[in-house]
Each structure stands twice: as structure tokens, then as C-alpha cells.
Design a protein around this ligand. Structure first.
Ligand SMILES: *Cc1c(COP(=O)(O)O)cnc(C)c1O
Length: 432
């Protein structure tokens, strides 16, 4: 049985948007092309639910792709932002909240003694790389296939053919010589890592410690430790991009969970509580290279914006104590178990459910997924059909096989139940 969605108003808006916004959207994944449908326009959200312009309600597992760990329109966050806005939206001068937020973050994240705020994760990674290059006097970077660190030229590099390859541009407009200074390796491949770090003098090894942009692909046992070891042995800096994992997989992020401390940490999403904010941080010695303390230039008109800082502080306050992470873990487990059960009930066996606190991916694959090649080999048509089935039944899941679900503190057992029954029906649609 197929059910369909009422979407006349979204369709009208999309038709207008196509004339004024490329592809009708301001960021590609929103267009829903990879599940073969047109985008849905949203009008409001509350807790774990969102409502589109046709008044369809959805359980929202996207949560703005990560920032909304407390769900939509949390009263504390709305109050903090409203209060800040009434006092002025931007000064271009320092404010108390920035100091509070930097202190809060350094209390939580082991590798961060000092930080600089930016407005987006892309800017933060770009700046972290500049710092690593300045500190090492080297140019080359190493990143992993399937990892995303923002749309920075040098990081929009794809693996060429062969094992430890110089990157090739992943988009027109990225200069070949810029992409070529990025080495791209398969994730979870220790031999390739050792070989590449022997061959190239690297400024930095850049990794998402819990990669979540090829779907969630956990690091193999010992792999994060090996990153640290190879960086130390070869004089490269280790950069962890915790834009997704930070404040989510645990209070201090993946680095705290794994006990592997990077030289530079990139943060975003949760740190801005749903407003535009991100940051990069490191030891005081390293961060004092940044202007005006040091000679590495980096700046931003709206960096440390008072509204974004207020939202970030209010969000971190909601994550204090043991309870929030215990709840997030329980919610994630219940969702993972329920989805697995839904697949079994429908007789749909070729799925792999990977999860860690606050993150989950359901891969349409008969075998476990350990790297980008395996993620790419998933049955993406089945994933697309399943996602369309979920949407039609009031469940808004990431419209891509290469993204994670984002359980939040606002998701209730009732949301999970609705999701599981929709998932079972959607599996039924596609089961052969
Ligand atoms: C989202 C993301 C970024 C980029 O952040 P933006 O704010 O979208 O520029 C960087 N790294 C990771 C791991 C991300 O998921």
C-alpha cells in the first residue's frame, strides 16, 4: 500500500523558489533530490516535531542536521535569544556571553583551552587548517574519503584512483592544485594511513572522530589512537572535526569518549543551539598564534554574535549533569532497537543499523559499512523509497543515505513508537 503526502503549498513555494534560489534551496541536501522528490517547506517546530506549510506534522529526526539537541523552540533557548535580541543583535565589540561560552566549552572539551568563534563550521575548519599550516610550516593535509568538513576548497577533494592519492577536485571551481595538496585516504585503513604519513610531510591529519557524513561509520578499534600516534611521530597536527560529535556523543565529544585528544578541535552545530555559530579551539600555546594575540589572521563581523552565543549557552546548560546524556543514549537505543525490529517484522533483512549516543544511521546494506566505498555500495533506491514511505506517514528522516539521524532530548517514547510503526509499514512497501 502506498500513501501519499498533501504537498500543494510546498509545491507552489518550490516553483517560486526555483526562480530565485539555485535548485530552490539555500543548501543542497534540503532539495531531497536523492530520495527523488521535491522539498517540503517548513513553517514551525516544537520539541521533536515539525509542521510543513501544508500542515502535515512530522516526527523530526533531522533536527536541522544536528544543532537542535534540545529539539525545536525549547523555551529556555527561545527566552535566551529573545532576551539577547532585546538588548541588541550585534555590537562588533566583545560581550560577556562570549567569555562565558568559551569557558563552558573549555570546561567540557579536553583539547580546548582557548577558542575562536566563527559563524559556520566551514569557516571554523578553514581557520583550523590555516592555524595548522602556520604552526607546522607545511601545506599538505590528510583527510578521509566520505568525511565532510564544510565546503572549503582544499577539503572538497575526492580520492583519485589508487590507495594514498592526491586529491582531485570534488567540484568544478576547486583548483586542481588546491585539491592536490590534500591527501585522501579510505577511513579505517591503518596500512594506508601509515604509508601516507611516511610519504608526505603533513600540516595536519583531519578527521571526524565519529564520521557522520557518509552515514555514521564508527572508527575501528585503535584507529583514532593510530591517528594520534602517526601525527606525533611525523610532526603533523591532529585536527578533530567535532562539528557533529561535539557535545552530542558525550559531554566532551568524541575525544572525551575515545580518550584521544587532538591538537585542534573544530566545533559547530550544537554550540550555536540552532543559531549560526561555530568555533575552533586548541591549547593556549597554539591558539595564541591567532590574531590579535599572534600573527595568523582570521576575523568575522558576526563571530561570537550575542544571539548565537545566548542560544549556545542555553543549550549547553540543558546538557549539564548526567541525566541528559543518559536520556539521549536511551532514546537512541530505543530508536535503533525499534527500527531493527520493524525491519525484521517486515522481512526486510538487508539493513545495518549503526548508532552511538545522539546519532544513528540505517544503511541499506547486507554487510557492515566500514568506509565510504561500502556506504556508496548501499541500495540507495531502497533507501529513497523507504524515506518517501516514512515522510508519507509523518516521519521526517534524513533524505540521504549519507547522513545521520539526530535523536534529541525532545524525542519521547511516543515519537519513537510512531516512527517504528511508520518504519515497519515503509519496509513493507519495499519488501520483495
Ligand atoms: C556540518 C558540518 C560542517 C560544516 O558546518 P557548516 O556550519 O555547515 O558550515 C563541518 N564538519 C562537519 C563534520 C559537519 O557535519
Amino acid at each position: 500500500m502506498t500513501v501519499s503526502l498533501r504537498d500543494a503549498r510546498s509545491a507552489d513555494l518550490y516553483a517560486r523558489a526555483l526562480n530565485f534560489l539555485p535548485g530552490g534551496v539555500n543548501s543542497p541536501v534540503r532539495a531531497m533530490r536523492s530520495i527523488g522528490r521535491d522539498p517540503l517547506f517548513m513553517q514551525r517546530g516544537s520539541g521533536g516535531e515539525i509542521f510543513d506549510v501544508d500542515e502535515n506534522p512530522y516526527v523530526d529526526w533531522v533536527c536541522s542536521w544536528g544543532p537542535l539537541i534540545a529539539g525545536h523552540a525549547h523555551p529556555d533557548i527561545v527566552a535566551a535569544v529573545t532576551d539577547a535580541a532585546q538588548r541588541g543583535t550585534s555590537f562588533g565589540a566583545p560581550t560577556a556571553g562570549e567569555v562565558d561560552l568559551a569557558e563552558e566549552v573549555s570546561r567540557r572539551v579536553p583539547g580546548v583551552e582557548m577558542l575562536r568563534m566563527t559563524s559556520s563550521g566551514t569557516e571554523a575548519s578553514m581557520s583550523a587548517i590555516r592555524l595548522a599550516r602556520a604552526a607546522t610550516g607545511r601545506t599538505k593535509l590528510l583527510k578521509f574519503a566520505g568525511a565532510y568538513h564544510g565546503h572549503v576548497d582544499g577539503l572538497l577533494a575526492d580520492a583519485g584512483s589508487g590507495l594514498a592519492t592526491q586529491g582531485i577536485p570534488a567540484s568544478p571551481g576547486v583548483p586542481a592544485e588546491v585539491a592536490a595538496s590534500t591527501i585522501v585516504l579510505p577511513w579505517n585503513d591503518p596500512a594506508a594511513l601509515v604509508a601516507a604519513t611516511q610519504e608526505h610531510a603533513l600540516a595536519a591529519i583531519l578527521a571526524e572522530p565519529f564520521p557522520a557524513n557518509m552515514g555514521l561509520v564508527a572508527p575501528a578499534e585503535g584507529f583514532l589512537e593510530l591517528l594520534r600516534e602517526r601525527a606525533d611521530e611525523t610532526g603533523a597536527l591532529l585536527i578533530f572535526d567535532e562539528v557533529i560529535s561535539g557535545f552530542r556523543v558525550s559531554r566532551g565529544g568524541a575525544q572525551e569518549l575515545a580518550g584521544v585528544i587532538p591538537d585542534i578541535t573544530v566545533m559547530g552545530k550544537v554550540i550555536g543551539g540552532g543559531l549560526p555559530a561555530a568555533a575552533y579551539g586548541a591549547s593556549r600555546a597554539l591558539m595564541r598564534r591567532i590574531a590579535p594575540a599572534g600573527d595568523v589572521y582570521q576575523a568575522g563581523t558576526l563571530s561570537g554574535n550575542p544571539l548565537a552565543v545566548a542560544a549556545g549557552l542555553a543549550t549547553l546548560a540543558l546538557l549539564d549533569g548526567e541525566r541528559p546524556y543518559a536520556q539521549l543514549t536511551a532514546t537512541t537505543h530505543a530508536l535503533a532497537d525499534g527500527l531493527a525490529e520493524a525491519a525484521r517484522t517486515a522481512g526486510y533483512h538487508d539493513v545495518q543499523i549503526v548508532s552511538t549516543t545522539g546519532l544513528l544511521t540505517l544503511f541499506f546494506s547486507a554487510a557492515p559499512v566500514g568506509d565510504y566505498a561500502a556506504a556508496q555500495a548501499c541500495d540507495r533506491d531502497a533507501h529513497a523509497a523507504w524515506c518517501r514511505g516514512l515522510l508519507a506517514r509523518g516521519v521526517y528522516a534524513p533524505a540521504s543515505q549519507f547522513e545521520a539521524w539526530f535523536p534529541s532530548l525532545a524525542h519521547t517514547p511516543e515519537h519513537i513508537e510512531r516512527t517504528i510503526s511508520a518504519a515497519a509499514a515503509a519496509f513493507g512497501d519495499i519488501a520483495r
